[in-house]
Each structure stands twice: as structure tokens, then as C-alpha cells.
Design a protein. Structure first.
Length: 238
């Protein structure tokens, strides 16, 4: 079996993404590089800004069609800019759920089934955990969450995924909190029929060993985490 070709260090691997998405949600967490944001925007039919995510879009000159949230973190300049360019503003003042959940609910209202999410991570670990939790509650949506470093695919119930992963990239698979009858093949450390648990067995930093990496689970919930850039091999000379 041959291993997939290496990609240039400067290139993002976006093999986990579909060619087109119904929506791209941009939250107000850690910003992502403009090149990644632009690549994802080209695949999305609708751009939805979550509150302060509008500021990230403002800097990248990508106009959202909708702005959603309680509007407590968006700047006045970004809000004015979005409105003047035709964005619809949907204020959601409830504090019973985070803006991330409000954004997913809004996309569901629009009939979106494939959704990209950027800007959800950052220094607020509680918000990141809440985002992962809410991403697994949307059974009818196929989500991919992206940072500058990784793509995260939430899986719920019976699921099958197949993709090419370039050499020097990694794939991790974690029960969140538990996924049953899980099989991973095409990697350096494959396994079959295992139960993945956050407090038990999981696969971290696995490596591709074939042209196709396949994974399947029969029940539960899990998170697949794949690197977007190759690992840099440092050589120390004398």
C-alpha cells in the first residue's frame, strides 16, 4: 500500500471538507488566517456571523448575509459595516444558551444541512467545550469545525467516513464521551470494534498508512480531529 503524497508546509489540507456547504458560521473566538477563511468562504452559500465574528469578517472584507447573537461583543464599526452592505441582523437576547447554539439553531431554521464553523476556539475553554457539546446535538447537520491547526468532525450515532490524509498529517479519534463498535483502518495503528471513551481507549495522533483512511462507528458520540498542516520536522545541525 502506498502512502499519500506530502503537501507543501504552506498549504492547508482541506480533504475533510465537502466541495460545497449550505453555510459558514464565523464566531468571535480565536481568529483564523485569512487564507483559510477565504478558502472556506468560497465553499459556502451563506455566511453567518456570530456576534463578534462580524469583526473577523470585517477585517477579511467578507460580508456576512446574517449577523446572529446578543450583540454584546460585536464592535459598532463592524455592525454598521455589515448593515450598510445588506446583512440582516437577528438579535437573540436569551442567556440560556451560547451564541454558538443560537447560530446552529438559526442555520437549521434556514434549512442548512452542511455547515462549516470557524472562530469557535480561543482562550475561553468553557466556550470551546460548550461548542463541541452543541455540535454533537445537531443530528440533522453535518458539521466541520476549523481552527488554524485542525479540522474537527463531530459524529453522532451510526457514521461512516472515508478520506485521504496526506503524509505527515495526523488523525485523532475520541469518544465524547463514548462511541461504540468503532473501526479505524488505513492508519499506522488501526483497530476494529473498539469502544472509544474520554476516560478510556482513544486514538491520538495516528498517522496515515494507505491512500484511504476509513472510520466507522455504530453508536454514541465522538470527535474526529485532523491536522490541517503537516508536522514540521526540525533538524539540528552542528
Amino acid at each position: 500500500m502506498s502512502v499519500t503524497k506530502e503537501m507543501p508546509v504552506s498549504t492547508y489540507w482541506l480533504g475533510a471538507l465537502a466541495p460545497a456547504y449550505d453555510a459558514m458560521i464565523v464566531a468571535g473566538g480565536a481568529p483564523v488566517r485569512r487564507s483559510l477563511l477565504n478558502q472556506c468562504a468560497r465553499r459556502a452559500r451563506v455566511i453567518v456571523a456570530l456576534d463578534g465574528g462580524a469583526d473577523l469578517l470585517h477585517r477579511a472584507r467578507l460580508v456576512p448575509r446574517h449577523v446572529v447573537g446578543d450583540l454584546d461583543s460585536i464592535s459598532d464599526s463592524a455592525l454598521t459595516w455589515a448593515k450598510r452592505r445588506g446583512a440582516s441582523v437577528h438579535r437573540r437576547t436569551s442567556q440560556d444558551e451560547p451564541d454558538f447554539a443560537k447560530g446552529l439553531a438559526f442555520c437549521r431554521h434556514l434549512g442548512c444541512r452542511r455547515v462549516l464553523v470557524l472562530g469557535f476556539s480561543g482562550q475561553r475553554t468553557d466556550h470551546v467545550l460548550a461548542a463541541l457539546h452543541h455540535s454533537l446535538r445537531r443530528r440533522a447537520m453535518r458539521l466541520v469545525l476549523l481552527t488554524d491547526q485542525v479540522a474537527i468532525i463531530p459524529l453522532r450515532g451510526r457514521a461512516n467516513v472515508q478520506m485521504e490524509i496526506p503524509a505527515r498529517h495526523t488523525i485523532s479519534w475520541i469518544g465524547f464521551p463514548r462511541a461504540g463498535s468503532c473501526t479505524l483502518t488505513g492508519v499506522r495503528w488501526p483497530f476494529r470494534g473498539r469502544t472509544l471513551k474520554t476516560d478510556g481507549f482513544h486514538s491520538l495522533s495516528n498517522q496515515p498508512a494507505a491512500n484511504k483512511v476509513t472510520l466507522s462507528q455504530k453508536s454514541g458520540a465522538s470527535l474526529v480531529v485532523m491536522s490541517l498542516r503537516p508536522e514540521v520536522v526540525r533538524r539540528v545541525g552542528i
